[in-house]
Design a protein around this ligand. Structure first.
Ligand code: 48H
Length: 259
């Protein structure tokens, strides 16, 4: 068979545009392909929901790849270890209730499981705004990261979604844009993003789960963004809370979608 460059190019274009076009209407749009976003997307797709993840960077995995200070191992406790084992990730005991796992194996396994469950991941796409109807978020406004980086004046496209998961990590970008542009208050005590506090791993791991909830009508917050939104601590390179948060947000949204 003679290779035809135009056929190769057309195959990419056709497949990509069909994929994107099919994701213009979703059950759940996840912003950020870090551990909490990937975990949530996987669990929701497993339940049969239509899910896409929008990730600004070329790479997926967020902070999971880098372990702690680029030593690419992560630490989890008992509950996190159970999740990783269930996903098929190799986990090693480190004594006294701590477990380690290879950060690269965690990221690739999670991403692979999500894709195989039907999640569509759009890397190199940034979420720059949300779509609203009467004090409820009804979708995302997306643009190429390259447009954002080059600061070009190019209008975005829009994706409709029954629910949005804000999983942008420390940045809390989706809620920041809602806070900046809307007259409406967030579902926090002050109505604003409370802000992330300094390191206190024990409390932070615990509150990550409690803070994984609806933060604005139609928007659930997960992972590090949950603690930043509701004003809790950071926890460093311990990742069980991120995985549990992904599972929790998936469960909460599944219940809403099934009601
Ligand atoms: C598209 C975006 C946008 C946008 C950001 O930071 P993450 O890994 O997020 P989590 O919450 O799943 O995990 C947090 C964890 O990695 C971490 O940082 C921990 C545990 N820190 C503790 C500590 O003390 O420091 O991933 C978020 C992803 C990234 O890949 C971003 O590129 C992406 O979201 N993102 N994607 N549109 N507007 N903003």
């Amino acid at each position: 068979m003679a290779l035809d460059e135009i056929k190769i190019s057309r195959a990419i274009l056709d497949r990509y545009f069909n994929k994107l076009s099919d994701c213009m209407e979703l059950d759940v749009a996840v912003v950020g392909a870090g551990p909490s976003g990937l975990m949530a997307a996987f669990r929701l797709a497993e339940k049969g929901h239509k899910v896409a993840v929008f990730e600004r960077k070329l790479s997926i995995g967020g902070g999971l790849w880098g372990g702690g200070m680029m030593f690419n191992e992560i630490v989890v406790q008992e509950e996190g270890a159970a999740i990783l084992k269930n996903l098929g990730v190799g986990v090693e005991e480190a004594g006294e209730g701590y477990y380690t796992a290879d950060a690269v194996e965690c990221t690739t396994t999670l991403a692979s499981l999500a894709c195989k469950a039907g999640v569509k991941i759009f890397n190199l796409v940034s979420v720059e705004d949300v779509m609203v109807r009467e004090n409820r978020v009804t979708g995302l406004v997306i643009n190429w990261t390259a447009v954002e980086m080059a600061n070009l004046h190019v209008d975005p496209l829009t994706v409709r979604s029954k629910f949005v998961i804000e999983a942008t990590g420390h940045a809390t970008e989706v809620l920041k844009v809602i806070q900046r542009k809307g007259d409406a208050k967030l579902l926090t005590e002050s109505g604003q993003i409370a802000g992330e506090r300094s390191m206190w791993a024990e409390v932070a791991e615990d509150t990550t789960l409690k803070n994984t909830r609806e933060a604005f009508p139609g928007v659930y917050v997960a992972g590090m963004a949950a603690n930043a939104t509701f004003g809790s601590f950071r926890m460093g390179p311990i990742f069980g809370g991120m995985l549990l948060s992904g599972e929790r947000v998936a469960k909460l949204i599944h219940e809403r979608l099934s009601a």
